[in-house]
Design a protein around this ligand. Structure first.
Ligand code: FAD
Length: 437
């Protein structure tokens, strides 16, 4: 990704992993909707940012920026309809604590709770086995480029454009989530040979309520996590696991530092990590939030993620594995590559629009060395061959030419975007390359 570094004296916006940097003139910090409306109306070129976790260049790059992280109150809890309304700058953590205290859940959660609600929704953030998070929203309150406020409910056709809009249709002000009753998951985790987990996917998805595979490239294995919903009184005698297991991410970072100078060392590093951290079988019990969402991380990273139609996954996987293992490609991938499953939806820019899909994450644990991480390019090449789609918040090179063909509702989305933001107030240079030919 092209780094646009601000001259020393200029104010600089910096992403979480430092790989995206932009000069800016003004940052407006908001705590009230009126301030948000004023900030949007006043500036002719403006982006809003949350906790800056996105790897793609979608947050800044305009002279004016809106920091929404202090616009973070719980607005309403409706015990009858199981709905929670929250300001969009709140973290998922804050939302989920309220949801949980009410005895409810949002049934498909990402592997991070430090993101803002607005940032997660705007980019199609998703979890494992379910829909993208935005599918669980029943109402959006949005501020458009001209400063008008509009509420979108499930009665409005346009809600399927608003659910995932990269902040280009307007700034999300408040969001209402429709929750479900909370449940307990009984999770079993174990390593498995690639051919076994790949061949068993149909069965797993038909049988289990939670299916996630941490693929361990260059080791011939995946670490398979299967979960079943169980009654609230279900008991499990939890074993104590060796305490060194909690050092997986730190150990990975150390090993991959060496690999950034000598990419071939990744193969050895992955084998070491597999033997140390991914061979113990584990079993645990908890809510989806407690048992499957990572609460803290050892360091930053650069991420890519691609999605493909479920029916094409097995063939794609065989080709990807062969190409990553082929020394001639010099494309070695860090552990783990997160394999998850999404049900089809009707969200216009969703990667699961009209098709059940498999998503595969790709991580470079040395964020600063991401430009030289060949696996990003290789995974993109292979997924594009199978009509795959990139995660909007993560790293990819495809532009308007490729993207406009991937989404059947692309033109409809563009028509609404141009109608709501005719002067391109919410576009930065990166988004122009994706959306404006
Ligand atoms: C460690 C890690 C783990 C992750 N895990 C997952 C995962 O499991 N599943 C998944 O799908 N993704 C995952 N992601 C991606 C992550 O969910 C997105 O990058 C998300 O956008 C980050 O939220 P943020 O608050 O940092 O948003 P930012 O990165 O600050 O903003 C993202 C986008 O949202 C827009 N935006 C922010 N607030 C608003 C608003 N109020 N109105 C309109 N637009 C707005 C911004 O303009 C920008 O375009 C992960 C990322 C990291 C770094």
């Amino acid at each position: 990704m092209k780094k646009i570094t601000a001259p020393k004296k200029q104010k600089k916006w910096v992403s979480w992993n430092k790989n995206v940097q932009h000069p800016y003139e003004t940052i407006v910090k908001v705590t009230k909707e009126q301030e948000l409306i004023k900030a949007v109306s006043k500036h002719d070129s403006v982006r809003v940012f949350g906790n800056r976790f996105s790897s793609s260049d979608i947050c800044a790059g305009t002279r004016a920026l809106i920091d929404i992280t202090t616009y973070d109150k719980i607005v309403r809890i409706n015990m009858q309809t199981k709905e929670v309304t929250i300001q969009s700058g709140a973290t998922l953590e804050k939302l989920l604590n309220v949801v949980r205290a009410s005895g409810w859940c949002i049934p498909c959660l990402p592997d991070i709770d430090k993101v803002t609600v607005g940032g997660a929704l705007a980019t199609g953030t998703h979890g494992t086995n379910g829909y993208i998070l935005a599918k669980y929203v029943s109402k959006f309150r949005m501020i458009h480029a001209d400063g008008t406020v509009h509420e979108y409910t499930e009665e409005d056709d346009e809600i399927e454009a608003v659910r995932l809009s990269l902040g280009m249709l307007g700034v999300i002000s408040e969001v209402t989530f429709k929750c479900e009753s909370d449940y307990k998951l009984h999770l079993k985790e174990e390593p498995m040979k690639d051919k076994d987990w790949v061949n068993n996917l149909d069965l797993y998805l038909a049988t289990y309520d939670f299916v996630r595979v941490l693929w361990l490239p260059h080791t011939n294995h995946g670490y398979v996590i299967l979960g079943m919903k169980v009654a609230n009184d279900f008991k499990l005698e939890e074993k104590a696991y060796p305490s060194y297991l909690k050092h997986r991410r730190k150990t990975s970072q150390m090993l991959y530092k060496k690999a950034s100078k000598k990419p071939r060392f990744t193969v050895r590093a992955n084998k070491i990590l597999y033997h140390l951290f991914f061979t113990p079988k584990k079993e645990h019990l908890g809510s989806l939030y407690d048992a499957t969402v990572t609460k803290s991380r050892a360091g930053t990273m650069e991420l890519a993620e691609w999605t493909v139609d479920y029916t094409k996954f097995k063939t794609l996987f065989a080709e990807l594995k062969e190409k990553l293992d082929d020394k001639a490609n010099n494309a070695y991938a860090h552990i783990p590559m997160d394999v998850r499953f999404l049900k089809k939806d009707g969200v216009w820019l969703s990667n699961a629009y009209n098709a059940d899909v498999v998503t595969m994450g790709c991580v470079c644990r040395n964020a600063e060395a991401a430009d030289a991480y060949e696996a990003f390019d290789l995974i993109e090449e292979v997924f594009l061959k199978y009509d795959g789609k990139p995660h909007w918040a993560k790293r990819f090179k495809a532009k308007n030419k490729e993207l406009s063909k991937m989404y059947p509702k692309w033109n409809e989305f563009e028509a609404i975007r141009k109608q709501l933001d005719p002067k391109g107030k919410f576009l930065n240079e990166y988004l122009k390359r994706l959306f404006v030919k």
